[in-house]
Design a protein. Structure first.
Length: 355
């Protein structure tokens, strides 16, 4: 009998751990596994977002200034040229001859002027001695004045000839790329015919529009950031330099322009760009992972973990950026929010935190 009792006691003691394990297992089975994150404040950049287009800073049509044929061509479409780079030369033999004649005419007129001055000096000495008439002296003086006028005329003609010769050399008025070449060697061109289209793209000009309700936030000089489909991994930065004085009457949108440095010519006129203007900063902004946000009864909701229990909180949301959403109200710092499985969680549900 004593042996039986001892065995019974030992048997009961042996079953206690199994009972505890079942209890823990049952508790785990009744709780919902979820990840949590601590609510921490951080600084938020306030931005105005827009869609924009890129334009050349300058688009300069280069035109012929003489009526002649193209003799030499030094650039192709797509070429980058520095300011002053020689682009092409027109046939200039006739103008060279005009220049030589103009120089000879200047030399001749200067000689005539010198001779007239010598004659005037003699007449002046003689008129004082009353050896020539006053009329002779006046005539000599007039010849000097006429000779001086002719020198001026010949020098003007020389200047025009030099300018015409200069016009046969077409140079880049600013640094940039040859977008279009309209000419070929030997082609005969008239004055004002198009030769090239030159684009200056550094810096490049970004143009975009924002609603009239956002204009008060933007100031000249504020930082602009942009991305393009051509370079999705690249972030380009510039600055606002123009805010239109009025809004478009039909769309109520206001045009803004910014310069974006483009030293490597990656950005091309005609590209579209996703734009954001940095208009300020907000301290202690609360962000949570987007996965923590769900909806109940048409309202945004998050679940806060109090002990091991989920508590529903209706929140007001702000901006979203890179997988996080700003919470304007409904959460406090240092609270723990459930970050996954929110759609399956209900108020008062027991939660088991997993990593």
């Amino acid at each position: 009998m004593l042996a039986f009792l001892a065995f019974s006691v030992l048997a009961c003691k042996g079953t206690e751990p199994d009972s505890n394990a079942k209890e823990v297992g049952q508790k785990s089975a009744d709780s919902f596994p979820a990840k949590v994150a601590m609510v921490k404040p951080r600084e938020l950049e306030l931005t105005v977002k827009a869609i924009g287009s890129l334009f050349a800073d300058e688009a300069v049509p280069i035109k012929a200034r003489v009526e002649e044929r193209v003799e030499e061509l030094y650039v192709e479409e797509g070429s980058y040229v520095e300011q002053g780079k020689l682009l092409c030369i027109f046939y200039d033999k006739k103008i060279q001859q005009e220049l030589l004649k103009a120089k000879a005419d200047v030399a001749e007129s200067l000689a005539d002027l010198a001779n007239a001055k010598v004659t005037l000096a003699r007449k002046e000495a003689l008129v004082k001695k009353e050896m020539v008439s006053k009329q002779d002296y006046d005539d000599a003086k007039t010849r000097v004045e006429l000779a001086e006028a002719r020198v001026d005329q010949m020098r003007a003609s020389l200047g025009l000839a030099e300018e015409r010769l200069k016009d046969t050399r077409i140079r880049a008025p600013l640094p940039g790329f040859i977008q279009v070449r309209y000419i070929s060697p030997g082609q005969y061109m008239k004055v004002a015919d198009d030769l090239f289209l030159l684009l200056k793209t550094d810096p490049i000009k970004l143009t975009f529009t924002i609603p009239e309700s956002e204009v008060y936030k933007v100031k000249i000089g504020q930082v602009v950031r942009m991305r393009t489909q051509a370079y999705p991994g690249e972030l380009f930065t510039g600055g606002v330099y123009y805010i239109a004085p009025g809004a478009d009457q039909s769309s109520r949108m206001v045009t803004l322009k910014a310069y974006v440095p483009n030293p490597e010519a990656l950005l091309k006129p005609g590209f579209f760009a996703d734009v954001e203007v940095v208009v300020g900063k907000k301290a202690n902004a609360i962000f949570i992972p987007e996965g923590a946000l769900t909806s109940r009864r048409g309202k945004p909701v998050v679940y806060v973990l109090e002990g091991d229990t989920a508590r529903e909180r209706v929140v007001a949301t702000g901006v979203r950026e890179r997988g996080f959403v700003e919470i304007l109200s409904g959460l406090k710092q240092a609270e723990r929010v459930i970050t996954d499985g929110s759609d399956a969680i209900e108020e008062g549900m027991k939660i088991r935190v997993v990593s």
